[in-house]
Design a binder for this molecule. Sequence first.
Ligand SMILES: [Fe+2]
Length: 277
Amino acid sequence: MSLINPTSVPQLAARYPRDASRLRHQLAAEPLLAYPALAQAARDLPRQHVERRVHDAGNGEAFRLLDDDAHPADSIAAGGVASQWIMLRYIEQLPAYRALLEGLLHELAPVIGPATGPVCDIKGFVFISAPGTHTPFHFDAEYNILFQIAGDKVFAVYPPAPPFIDLAKRESYHRAGENMLDWQPDYAAKGDQHLLAPGDALFVPYAAPHWVRAGDAPSISLSVTWQSRQTRSVADALTLNPLLRRFGLRAYDPQVSADAPWLRAAASRVGQRMGLL
Ligand SMILES: [Fe+2]
């Protein structure tokens, strides 16, 4: 049986990779994504890859890490948390989850391959959210599909362009891992809001800003992310920008140039190997 409903795939084919697109899936009954298995996964992952954060950060505010002695696995085993957000980061480290992520992307390969080439750098994240958890406005430099497993969420997506995100923010991500974005009140009416219930999924374009709010029930979501050869080149080219500016040369801006920055990326990789960047 397919993990992703085949009838929902043509819509993705029409919109990938530029526009957000909804899918339907069969993962709500997947034992690996139920609380007992997720609690075990939290114990099996390196401790630094199991994070707790506040559940009530507003847009434009820090998504603050929580630090306490209790292992999040205990909370997950008990069915989640009343006032926290827990993330299992890089679950592809665990073979059963790696197989699940690869199975999902294999089903979408006929859509992804012709548009952006083979997938690389597959990563997986599980989000266990208290009711009402708000993930503040931010972006991720990756292609992403969020699969809603339990509870519901509103997922608001914005174009990966000014005023929502600019070149400085993109460079900051690759320099320092910073991905939070500034918020203006009028942005609230400008995003495309998708209500996701169990069985729904949403493709989020590369670097598209977004915020997320969980509904009234505890929520479980699986996020599958990947890179392409082009997005790897974009990341390398952005890393080169500060050095270019120092020499008075033109910086690369993905908003201005639609072409893949192969030469800049190659120069960046040489610079990184030489320790210049
Ligand atoms: Fe995100």
